[in-house]
Design a protein around this ligand. Sequence first.
Ligand code: NAD
Length: 260
Amino acid sequence: MSVKDKVAIITGAASGIGKGIATAFVAAGAKVAIADLNLDGAIATAKELDPSGKTTMGVAMDVANEAQVDAGINEVAAKMGGIDILICNAGIQTVAPLDEFDFGQWKKLLSIHLDGAFLTTRASLRHMYKQGRGGAIVYMGSVHSKEASVLKAPYVTAKHGLIGLAKVVAKEGAKHGVRANVICPGFVRTPLVDKQIPEQAKSLGITEAEVIKNVMLKNTVDGEFTTVEDVAAATLFFASFESNALTGQSLIVSHGWFME
Ligand code: NAD
């Protein structure tokens, strides 16, 4: 089981977890397209991971924009020789209490996480079905795919929704050898989390150190952050598993914050 020479498109891969996954996939011999809203960041990451430019490429894409997703995924397929793996990772976070949540912010978050997952899935499946060589889709869920936290209504809603989408892809994709699974990380120190620490401190009326200790890592078994490398290793496992024995599943990588 290997991703060697497979073509993987990873959304939101110019930063944080997506960049870590891209690094692990390049090291494992995959051809990797770094798709991001931030084209300069995507190109810089592609160059950083393979200065020769032979096995990586950057591609601009707002995952919530139908035309950009279709064009971007078609471009990757044409340049790299199809699409074997989609890692649906792009995401944002916005925190506020429900009674104050701005409707525009609610819609924006759901659109990036859920419309983005749908659009990138649809565009990738069209290539995978036509190619007839199977495929793997991994969605970046969260412990918030299983559990709720205050201040995160649209995020928790969207992350729960990804599990439903993965199960449908597992059922529809089975006859084409396409598998779909979800990784559910705990807190990982990325720009997305660094931005939340002062926001949560303000909303909850506590210090930033208290947010880390008493909110983010409170229920872990050891008070540790999950790392980008931990999440990348779990993603690589799902993406390289080559039968329908492992499909429609979710795996929690969270230092025991949430146990099923
Ligand atoms: P990050 O902010 O470091 O990176 C997110 C990337 O997505 C950025 O490069 C950004 O430009 C890109 N992006 C944002 N909106 C986009 C759009 N509309 N189209 C294309 N690209 C877009 O965040 P991260 O922490 O690496 O998060 C990545 C994923 O992991 C998200 O889905 C997030 O919900 C999930 N996650 C993160 C954590 C954590 O603790 N960091 C935990 C669980 C799940």
